[in-house]
Design a protein around this ligand. Structure first.
Ligand SMILES: C[S@@+](CC[C@H](N)C(=O)[O-])C[C@H]1O[C@@H](n2cnc3c(N)ncnc32)[C@H](O)[C@@H]1O
Length: 272
């Protein structure tokens, strides 16, 4: 099983089809607000990022590390809106390349700083951060203990860790586990209590923790409905294969939230 079994991560250049649809040629300059309709690979797009900006009180004095930055949507928005220096770390080379291209077209040169690598062994060269943020990426990471220890080490004293992530509300059966592994590349899904105790055991004090499961269940259910309703339009813009892949992905996510077993969490913690 590889991360590319998750169909959200195939045909990542499909964002260019959307830009073409808006009449924007491949080389034309872009702005962050136009892009943010298409480049946010988490729930509630930039509204979710505004919550983080507020909770972390982000401004241009901050250095922030984003784990699992995808095609760069959150990093561009945070850099553009707050002036904070964002290091955007992404595992998949194709997504990282796309993130870099899109940021350059927005005139965001050097901030965000897009880098490609695995958070578990990336060399940060003794750089420390005011905040580490991550949207829907940590559940992909196999060694949670190591991941949290690294987060703790990479933060400045009093630095903050902020994530929106998936967790397990109720035990999954074997078929569900198989589907979660294949279609969501869900590698670690702790339950609610373990999620928080692992963070505390890694040297953090939890500042706030919110249960988002019902909200994300509603969001992802509507997302699937809207996608199916607009299927003809999507096939015209992206082609049958891309649309079919995304439909399978959106359907899997919907099924797992509707079963009441997959949950969503927003958590902010401070380095002790
Ligand atoms: C669902 S996407 C979200 C992307 C972005 N956070 C957003 O909200 O638009 C999660 C991303 O995390 C990346 N990722 C997973 N494991 C990672 C790791 N060990 N190191 C760095 N990135 C990772 C994946 O490649 C994927 O692009």
């Amino acid at each position: 099983m590889t991360i590319k079994s998750m169909r959200l991560y195939t045909n990542v250049e499909r964002i260019y089809n959307e830009l073409k649809e808006l009449g924007l040629a491949q080389s034309e300059s872009l702005d962050v607000d136009t892009l943010s309709r298409f480049d946010q690979l988490h729930y509630h797009g930039t509204d979710a990022l505004d919550i983080a900006i507020k909770v972390l009180a982000l401004d241009s004095s901050h250095e922030v590390l984003e784990i699992g930055s995808g095609i760069g949507g959150p990093a561009r928005y945070l850099a553009n809106k707050t002036g904070a220096l964002i290091k955007a770390l992404e595992l998949q080379p194709d997504q990282n390349k796309l993130a870099q291209e899109l940021s350059e077209r927005c005139g965001l040169v050097g901030n965000p700083q897009h880098v490609c690598g695995d958070f578990l062994d990336y060399d940060f060269s003794a750089r420390y951060y005011d905040a580490i943020v991550s949207w829907l990426a940590l559940y992909h990471i196999s060694d949670r203990e190591r991941m949290l220890k690294r987060c703790h080490q990479l933060l400045k004293p009093g630095g903050q860790f902020y994530t929106e992530d998936l967790y397990m509300r109720k035990a999954f059966n074997q078929d569900e586990q198989q589907n979660l592994a294949e279609e969501l590349y869900a590698v670690t899904l702790p339950d609610w209590d373990d999620y928080q105790s692992q963070i505390e055991a890694s040297g953090f004090e939890i500042i706030e923790c919110q249960e988002l499961s019902d909200d994300w269940g509603t969001f992802t259910h509507q997302r699937l409905k809207d996608y199916n309703n607009d299927r003809d339009r999507h096939v015209r813009v992206h082609g049958e294969a891309t649309v079919e892949g995304l439909k399978i992905f959106y359907s899997s996510v919907d099924r797992h939230f509707q079963s009441g077993k997959l949950g969503g969490i927003r958590l902010c913690a401070k380095k002790r």
